[in-house]
Design a protein around this ligand. Structure first.
Ligand code: ADP
Ligand code: MG
Length: 684
């Protein structure tokens, strides 16, 4: 039971009621420094503050007894600090403390907590303090439990209403904001809510998400608010989709004779999936309305030839068609591939990058290959009727909005191998129709993947030599170009020297992002032609590079890379019929970091890896909405909330088809309008 006095104070009965729109400066005890910290986080009004949601909650209604046996279960404990100790070794340090359950007696159960390299803890944590910790313990060999880097909160007793705000409840743990600790943020939000007048159901959900009465109420509030935020995001995407298909686009029909000639000269037959996707693409391009399609296919599934066939369609109908790649290396590679495809048919192919421009072109329909940068100068690529964007995962709704702002609208085919989980595709690419290339070309064997400690380097090297002796080629990938400050990371330039000596007479070549475009192209050319047998590289080869004879990929300091990125890199091999190998070696001091990578040994499917990657990277701006131009998704949890996402999408569709201008929803209209203004910022 709380004292009446506390409740009255907490509710600030004598203060003016706040509004959602009130600036944070009107809150009591708001100093300039504190205000600035909030504003730096983009928080200006009470409403912004209330949207600063907790990361998680702790059940502090009743703390469990200290665990007695060996356990690794996540727990939240409350106890008294009875001992602290700071140990320094060189520049590093270790801080440990002993936490006792209840008063300090010889009989009290204890646990130990430990933090590394956090000097300031000695000032913050002292014997005698009342402490809440949250974390996962580890049983010690000699008995007892230790928590490494648990989260903690000192229960200061001096402040007013301390018990009411921080204890005896399901307590929110908010992200800290500059100098505002989670505890301070909690108090600020608590006091702010206390001053807000009685709330609408939506506002009630916001109260609940901060200070829920029960876990069930919390989940209901979260689902309600998550659905709201997903709904707004989907409204933006649906409106974008409407804009994209409004207006006409050139009608491009399938001209059988020319296509048949093209397909006949290919050294292989299209897979069923490739044919299926092409049918959809030609349906789109023949409809008189702009195509906006995402072609999603795992690495090596054969997207390039699908793009080429669609582009041939555009050229046959008398238009230009452009293909844009994210890197110059890839643009040059496509240029070579497309010349092989189209020169026999007498169709001109030109390369346009910022570093390369051909002169003396004949007029008439053509195929233009360039980098993404050229997308925004449509005249420089001859106002194409079809634009293909290859490997577009770093390319957001904002950029697509720019494309669709061009008149006339081009048909747009976006291709991606980035294994975004299916669940996210709907969010990130919700304005696009989706096609899947879900069948690998025949004869492919899965790449054999080996995750090994650094100590296996010598063995890996002899295996590599063996493969080279058999006539194969290899990629060796490093996390950095030069050694620089990170002595713990191997660097491409240095390792290139070592491999050159070690593997002679097999020739090595070196490529990285600092080489000039022409140099990069020379290096790639020598690798493609087989003159160089080994390509020592940074991640510049991550996407798209296609050399079928290369069958070994060795990555050092593999722990430095994300799962999805390693999967992309692995896609560089296994493009021929030969068994391919991907060897992931840890750095010297990082052998304990290999577990995370083990999934790559088992899973070949990019989607499974993407889900694991998502789980490993944990919460955060998973959708990369900041980059795509969409409002942030704060409460929806994907993929679990996929049903909510689908509901939200349907609701957005229904509302916008009934009331496209949102005349009867002025509030929503103005919120969406504000986002769309940012989305289109800078578009003429
Ligand atoms: P990605 O989808 O990763 O862009 P690519 O288009 O680079 O894949 O194709 C990978 C390799 O597969 C290329 O060497 C290409 O020639 C080959 N390929 C594509 N389609 C087929 C097919 N239907 N049959 C056999 N090989 C194919
Ligand atoms: Mg590709």
């Amino acid at each position: 039971m709380f004292c009446r006095k506390f409740i009255d104070r907490a509710l600030n009965r004598d203060m003016m009621p706040l509004q959602l729109e009130s600036p944070l400066a009107t809150l009591p005890r708001m100093t300039n420094a504190r205000l600035r910290a909030l504003q730096e986080e983009g928080l200006d009004t009470v409403q912004d503050l209330l949207h600063h949601y907790p990361r998680r909650h702790e059940d502090r209604r009743k703390f469990p007894a200290f665990p007695s046996g060996a356990t690794t279960d996540l727990v939240c404990l409350r106890g008294t600090v009875i001992e602290t100790k700071m140990t320094r070794f060189g520049r590093r340090c270790q801080f440990t403390l002993t936490l006792a359950e209840g008063p300090n007696t010889a009989l009290a159960a204890t646990v130990r907590c430990r933090w590394f390299n956090l000097r300031y803890l000695a000032k913050v944590l002292q014997a005698g303090q009342d402490l809440v910790i949250h974390g996962r313990p580890r049983p010690l060999k000699k008995g007892g439990l230790i928590f490494d880097h648990p989260e903690f909160e000192v229960l200061e007793t001096g402040e007013p209403d301390s018990e009411l705000i921080h204890l005896n409840r399901i307590t929110p743990i908010h992200p800290s904001i500059g100098p505002w600790s989670p505890r301070m943020v909690r108090r600020l939000i608590f006091e702010t809510l206390a001053q807000l007048p009685a709330a609408s159901p939506g506002e009630q959900a916001i109260r609940t998400i901060h200070f829920p009465e029960t876990w069930e109420a919390l989940e209901n509030a979260r689902a309600l608010l998550a659905k709201e935020e997903l709904f707004e995001m989907q409204c933006i995407l649906v409106r974008q989709q409407h804009r994209q298909v409004s207006g006409g686009a050139p009608v491009i029909r399938r001209r059988s004779a020319l296509l048949a000639r093209f397909l006949k000269q290919l050294p292989y037959e299209l897979t069923g999936a490739q044919k299926r996707v092409l049918t959809r693409i030609f349906d789109d391009m023949g409809s008189g309305r702009p195509m906006n399609r995402l072609l999603h296919g795992d690495v090596g599934s054969g997207k390039t030839v699908v793009a080429a066939t669609a582009m041939l369609g555009a050229v046959a109908a008398g238009h230009n068609a452009a293909l844009m790649a994210p890197t110059q290396v890839l643009a040059h590679q496509h240029y070579g591939t497309f010349r092989n495809f189209f020169e026999p048919l007498g169709i001109p192919v030109t390369l346009r990058t910022s570093a390369h421009r051909e002169t003396g072109e004949n007029p008439g329909p053509r195929i233009i290959i360039g980098t993404h940068a050229l997308l925004f100068a449509p005249e420089s690529v001859g106002n194409p009727a079809l634009v293909v964007i290859d490997e577009q995962h770093k390319f957001g709704v904002r950029q697509r909005a720019r494309l669709s702002a061009q008149t006339p609208h081009p048909h747009v085919l976006v291709m991606s191998a980035t294994p975004i989980p299916r669940t996210l595709a709907l969010t990130l690419y919700g304005d696009l129709d989706l096609s899947l290339l879900d069948e690998a070309p025949p004869g492919r064997q899965p790449v054999r993947t080996l995750v090994r400690p650094h100590a296996k380097l010598a063995e890996a090297a002899s295996f590599l030599r063996d493969q080279l002796d058999k006539g194969r080629q290899a990629y060796l990938v490093y996390p950095v170009i030069d050694e620089g400050k990170r002595a713990d990371l191997k660097a491409a330039t240095k390792e290139y020297q070592r491999w050159t000596a070690l593997l002679a007479p097999h020739r090595c070549a070196l490529i990285h992002g600092r080489l000039a475009a022409a140099e990069k192209e020379t290096v790639m050319q020598s690798f493609r032609s087989g003159e160089a047998r080994v390509l020592v590289s940074t991640t510049v080869i991550e996407v798209g590079v296609d050399v079928a004879n290369a069958n070994v990929l060795l990555v050092e300091n593999a722990e430095r890379f994300g799962l999805a990125q390693l999967h992309q890199l692995r896609g560089r091999v296994g493009r021929g019929t030969e068994q391919a190998w991907c060897i992931l070696l840890s750095g010297e001091d990082a052998e304990d970091k290999l577990d995370r990578l083990k999934i790559l040994e088992k899973a070949a499917d990019g989607f499974a890896i993407a889900e694991a990657d998502l789980a490993q990277r944990g919460p955060g701006d998973l959708l990369g909405t900041a980059q795509t131009g969409l409002p942030p998704v704060r409460l929806a949890r994907l993929p679990q909330d996929l049903p909510l996402l689908e509901e939200a999408r349907e609701a957005a569709r229904a509302m916008l088809s009934e009331d496209p201008a949102l005349e009867s929803h002025p509030e929503l209209r103005s919120r969406l309008g504000a986002w769309e203004k940012r989305l289109f910022a800078g578009i003429a």
